[in-house]
Design a protein. Structure first.
Length: 231
């Protein structure tokens, strides 16, 4: 059995996903295969305080912050305004991949979880068009990152930075990144043992969740109401 694979089978539902995530377990499988349930050791985790931002990304962030509440803003970051579009974009095959694990069944159950108030999306808009973003799950004061996409350079990184700032303002200190990748490592994520991960998770699961609602994320970590005609 591959390292981290705990079980195979069972159907996907919001209730089963909630139980699994509370135990540090998530589904990951190819279309046509049985549902595979994973809990890797080590686990890739981003401490929000450890987020690394490159010089070029920092420049884009400063530019965005100066204009974000003005009519001249070409770039805006929002949350929970286009969950279905974000997960569909994340499901599109990448240049270096064959197919996707984000199958229609995965999309349906995470959309149900979104409607139940636990799964969330972060959207990067450029000139009114969805240019990138990410989605994940928040239980208590712990965020589980699922997938991200970019249609223009740095669009998903911008979404991640704004998410981190919002989470920090809401008392959420860590993001589960599930698996190790160079991209996440370059932004400050690091592997920790399963035991350390579970300790972090158990401390935060039963805390009150953030006050999460559709709106525009601002550079200072606040969530502002959407303006009329905003994307």
């Amino acid at each position: 059995m591959p390292e981290g694979l705990l079980a195979a089978g069972a159907t996907l539902s919001v209730e089963r996903l909630t139980q699994a995530y509370r135990q540090g377990i998530f589904p990951w499988f190819n279309p046509g295969d049985p549902v595979l349930w994973w809990s890797p050791d080590p686990r890739m985790v981003l401490a929000c305080a450890d987020l690394k931002v490159s010089h070029s990304l920092a420049k884009k962030l400063r530019q965005a912050a100066r204009l974000e509440t003005t009519g001249a803003a070409r770039l805006r970051i929002t949350t929970d305004t286009a969950f279905s579009s974000v997960i569909q974009a994340c499901a599109e095959p990448r240049a270096d991949q064959h197919g996707t694990w984000i199958s229609p069944s995965i999309q349906r159950v995470y959309l149900d979880w979104h409607l139940a108030g636990c799964a969330h999306s972060i959207e990067t808009w450029v000139d009114g068009r969805l240019a990138g973003g990410l989605y994940g799950v928040c239980l208590g004061r712990f965020f589980f990152g699922e997938s991200m996409f970019s249609k223009v350079p740095d669009a998903s990184k911008l979404a991640l930075v704004y998410l981190v700032r919002y989470l920090q303002a809401q008392g959420v200190s860590h993001i589960d990144c599930q698996q190790q990748t160079r991209h996440l490592a370059s932004m400050g994520a690091r592997p920790i043992s399963r035991g350390a991960f579970m300790a972090l998770l158990e401390e935060r699961l039963d805390l009150p969740p953030p006050d999460w609602r559709p709106g525009q994320l601002l550079a200072d970590g606040t969530l502002a109401p959407l303006e009329e005609n905003a994307p």
